[in-house]
Design a protein. Structure first.
Length: 203
C-alpha cells in the first residue's frame, strides 16, 4: 500500500511538473484556420513542439461501368517524392462545417463536382498520421456515368484528375504507391464491399 501511495504521489508530481511547462512557457509558432502550433520549454530545459489540427475528411468517388468499377483520385506533384502521388479528395473541416459539408466543398473546389450531401455514404473514421495525428472521416460517393464523363481537368497545373480501375488503384495501394493511409483505406473498404457484393446499383 505504501509503494502504491508513493507511486501515485510521483505521478501527481510529474503531471504538475509537465503542466507547469505547458502553462508558463508556451510560445505560439503559427496559427491558421485549420492548424495551430506552439513550442514549450520544460523545467529541465527540453524544448517540445506541439501541433493541433482540425479534423479532416476524405471522399472516394466511384462509378460502375458494366461489371467494372472506376475510382476518382487526384494526381498531385509531390516535391518530397520527386514525382506525383495519387490521393483521395479531402481537406480540413471548417470551424462551422459538418464533415458532409466539408466533403461537398472539397469536391467542388478540387474536382468541380457539385453534389447534394445526402448522396454521400459514410465509411467510418480513421486516424491519419503525417506530421501530426489527425482524425479523419471517410466518405464515398457513387457518380453517375454522365458525371464521370463530364469530369474536367483543374486549372491548377500541379493537380490533375485521374479516373482509374478500382483493381489498379488497390494494387498501387498495396505497393505503397498512393499518398498515404487516407487514400489506401477508402480504396480497401470499397474493394471489400465490391467483392462481397454489398454495393447497390443506383436507381
Amino acid at each position: 500500500m505504501k509503494n502504491k501511495r508513493q507511486s501515485n504521489s510521483l505521478l501527481i508530481t510529474l503531471i504538475k511538473w509537465i503542466g507547469k511547462g505547458f502553462k508558463t512557457l508556451r510560445v505560439p509558432l503559427f496559427a491558421s484556420d485549420f492548424m495551430t502550433a506552439m513550442a514549450w520549454k520544460a523545467p529541465n530545459g527540453d524544448i517540445y513542439t506541439m501541433v493541433k489540427t482540425a479534423p479532416a475528411v476524405v471522399v472516394l468517388p466511384f462509378v460502375k461501368k458494366g461489371n467494372n468499377y472506376e475510382v476518382l483520385l487526384i494526381e498531385q506533384v509531390c516535391s518530397e517524392k520527386m514525382g506525383v502521388i495519387l490521393k483521395t479528395i479531402g481537406g480540413y473541416i471548417g470551424e462551422t462545417e459538418t464533415p458532409e459539408r466539408a466533403v461537398v466543398r472539397n469536391l467542388e473546389n478540387k474536382a468541380d463536382l457539385k453534389i447534394e450531401q445526402d448522396r454521400l455514404i459514410s465509411d467510418g473514421r480513421m486516424i491519419g498520421y503525417t506530421v501530426v495525428e489527425t482524425p479523419i472521416s471517410i466518405f464515398r460517393l457513387e457518380l453517375t456515368l454522365k458525371e464521370a464523363s463530364q469530369l474536367t481537368q483543374l486549372s491548377d497545373p500541379g493537380i490533375s484528375i485521374c479516373l482509374m480501375p478500382l483493381e489498379d488503384a488497390v494494387s498501387l495501394a498495396k505497393a505503397d504507391e498512393v499518398g498515404d493511409d487516407s487514400t489506401a483505406i477508402p480504396l480497401y473498404k470499397l474493394y471489400c464491399d465490391v467483392v462481397q457484393g454489398l454495393i447497390k446499383n443506383r436507381e
